[in-house]
Design a protein around this ligand. Structure first.
Ligand SMILES: [Zn+2]
Length: 192
């Protein structure tokens, strides 16, 4: 039996998420190890929305009410990921609480989503002009003269700013120059 046949048998010829019987295809869940255990039989609607989460139609996913109880692990893992993506819906939050995964299965569920969150962290890191990551308490040096608006002085190139604090904006930090707490743009700084 090929993969499609195995999955078709497992699912009794239905989409394993929404039970639709049309346009069924094999969907390989990431990370994929080549076995049917990590694949699902899905209709094109489910597949399309999984591949394009920005197009997700929350109503289509009411079917997850059923799949949280699935005995097929790949279905439960996909359910978990979809519920995470839908987590601004209250019903999805409730369902997620009912969905139980063993630790290693949870790790699998998360690993498929990890890439996305890693990217988020990278963009959120505060970095100096050379790309070195800055953290609270670091010291930095100004790489150009900066007019400090409102404080009426120029912070000179080469000024050492000790004990900086990060802000919610990765392009800005706060530090004390000439006794005044000011906001500095990280592109004009270098880690000391
Ligand atoms: Zn479907």
């Amino acid at each position: 039996m090929n993969k499609f046949e195995v999955l078709n048998k497992r699912s009794s010829g239905k989409c394993e998420l929404c039970s639709s019987t049309s346009g069924l295809e094999v969907y390989e869940s990431t990370p994929f190890d080549g076995t049917p255990d990590k694949a699902l039989l899905l209709c094109h609607v489910c597949k399309e929305q999984i591949q394009h989460p920005e197009k997700m139609d929350a109503n289509h996913w009411r079917c997850l009410n059923e799949t949280v109880w699935s005995e097929v692990l790949a279905v439960k893992v996909m359910t978990w990921r979809l519920l995470k993506n839908l987590s601004k819906e209250l019903w999805a939050q409730d369902l997620l609480e009912q969905l139980y995964l063993e630790d290693e299965d949870l790790a699998w569920a998360q690993s498929g989503m990890e890439e996305e969150s890693n990217n988020d962290q990278q963009t959120a890191a505060t970095k100096d002009s050379n790309g070195a990551v800055l953290v609270d308490g670091d010291s930095v040096t100004l790489i150009k003269d900066l007019d400090v608006k409102g404080a009426n002085f120029t912070a000179k190139r080469g000024t050492l700013v000790k004990n900086i604090s990060l802000t919610s904006n990765p392009e800005q930090i706060e530090g004390r120059v000439n006794g005044t707490q000011i906001v500095l743009l990280t592109r004009f700084l270098k880690k000391a």
